[in-house]
Design a protein around this ligand. Structure first.
Ligand code: ZN
Length: 453
């Protein structure tokens, strides 16, 4: 059992002062007013976010892909080229060390859990490992080592485009037919059971480009967990899907499947107004990664329209180029402001932009991970962030203004002192408890991979 006292807390009922939160066996038992000397003391207590979209291994490429290739029109070139060369070198040991660093950084940034969109399944050339879920087990081990909550999403990746072209080069490490994927999913489920009870599994058909319509139908019936899929990220993808399936990606999916709250659709940066409204009505979560989407030049999500229509969204760190929850929310709002020449784009009369963004992301993230979290309320998982407000960045501000200062002031990460994931108190005084050993292993892996990728 643990008691946490907060001078202020964003509870399920809004802002409350002098709150004592009691946790036990990973869950919040009670939230009451008062003070207790035995408590862990925090200035500001927030529900922690669940990071709904990550490709952990891509973290090792951060900072290496900011050059242009020989064809100036191919702006995606340097990133994709490097990723495939990089893929030829990664071993299971490398993946585990990189994932541990990524998960540690997520926890330090205020994410108590992650949905790992896991598609690096096989050895070089697509050869099978003795255990088909060898790479998945490394993700599970990294999550256990760091204490982050995990929703593992094994990815079905069948071909290189809507025309069914075979996978080339580094892509072969992703590839599965349905039978191979079923075996992999089953083996992954077994590995997940050795983790704590908040570890879950779902399924991830990669995209409409990589999975044909029949296979999409069979894979979504494989798991009763969440279904995640990339959708409508780049203009070229929209054109390709339109050519082969006869409709735009979002339009096609909503027509072909009963999309409901168990779905999480990643990116959706290329939607018409009608698609935006229709997707909002389904109750599915849109998984946004505003920093990665900015980095890759994907486009701007129809955030204000989607939110006004009652749409649900959460935040992921995707390529993990920069793992920063508060900056993701800031970038999302700024993208709307730049497009519309407006201010406080997501604010509503009763709640500031930061409050709307933060509460939407924590609730949407929890839904996307099928995780009973995202709120400070009895019965919920104890996914919590303790924030220091007695500093020059927050200046003891309260309520929405404190949250806005964290999100828009640029130093929010520095104010995070404590993070709990299902009651596991893994970040203290702003640092993950195993930071030194995890960082050392990651540095060794990067040195082994070399600079000449
Ligand atoms: Zn992705």
């Amino acid at each position: 059992m643990e008691l946490i006292h907060a001078k202020q807390a964003l509870t399920e009922n809004g802002w409350e002062n002098n709150v004592v939160v009691e946790t036990s066996d990973g869950r919040i038992i009670s939230v009451i007013s008062g003070v207790s000397p035995k408590c862990t003391q925090v200035d500001l207590l927030l529900p922690a976010s669940a990071n709904l979209h990550s490709h952990a291994f891509q973290r090792a490429m951060a900072g290496l892909t900011e050059t242009r290739g020989p064809n100036p029109r191919d702006t995606f070139w340097s990133w994709r080229h490097l990723m495939y060369r990089f893929l030829d070198r990664l071993t299971p040991d490398h993946v585990e060390a990189i994932a541990a660093l990524v998960f540690m950084e997520m926890l330090e940034a205020g994410h108590a859990a992650v949905a790992e969109f896991h598609y690096l399944h096989h050895a070089v050339g697509g050869a099978a490992y003795a255990d088909p879920a060898e790479m998945a087990t490394r993700i599970v081990s990294a999550a256990q080592a760091t204490g982050i909550g995990l929703t593992l999403l094994p990815v079905l990746y069948m071909h290189g485009g809507c025309d069914g072209r075979v996978l080339q080069g580094g892509q072969q490490r992703f590839g599965c037919g349905i039978d191979r994927f079923n075996a992999l999913h089953e083996a992954s489920s077994k590995h997940l059971k050795r983790g704590p009870s908040d570890f879950k599994i779902g399924v991830a058909p990669h995209s409409l480009r990589a999975v044909d319509p029949n296979s999409l139908g069979s894979v979504i019936s494989l798991s009763d967990g969440p279904i995640h899929m990339h959708l409508a990220e780049q203009e070229a993808e929209v054109t390709e899907v339109e050519t082969h399936l006869g409709a735009r990606p979002t339009e096609w999916l909503l027509d072909a499947h009963d999309v409901d709250p168990s779905w999480c659709l990643i990116h959706c940066t290329q939607m018409t107004s009608a698609e935006t409204e229709a997707l909002a009505r389904t109750g599915a979560v849109v998984g946004l990664s505003p920093i990665t989407e900015s980095n890759l030049g994907d486009g701007i999500f129809n955030g204000t329209q989607f939110f006004s229509a009652g749409g649900r969204f959460g935040i992921g760190s995707d390529s993990n180029v920069h793992i920063a929850l508060f900056e993701e929310l800031c970038t999302l709002d700024y993208s709307q402001r730049l497009r519309d020449r407006s201010r406080a784009a997501m604010a509503v009369p009763s709640r500031s932009a930061g409050r709307v963004l933060f509460e939407s992301a924590t609730r949407g993230g929890a839904q996307a991970l099928a995780r009973d979290s995202g709120r400070i309320a009895p019965g919920a998982l104890a996914d919590l962030i303790g924030v220091e407000t007695g500093n020059e960045w927050i200046c003891d501000r309260r309520g929405d203004t404190a949250l806005d200062s964290l999100i828009f002031g640029g130093r929010g990460r520095d104010c995070i002192r404590d993070v709990w994931s299902a009651g596991r108190h893994v970040v203290k005084e702003g640092r993950h408890q195993a930071r030194e050993s995890i960082t050392l292993q990651f540095r060794n892996v990067l040195a082994e991979l070399g600079q000449d990728i």
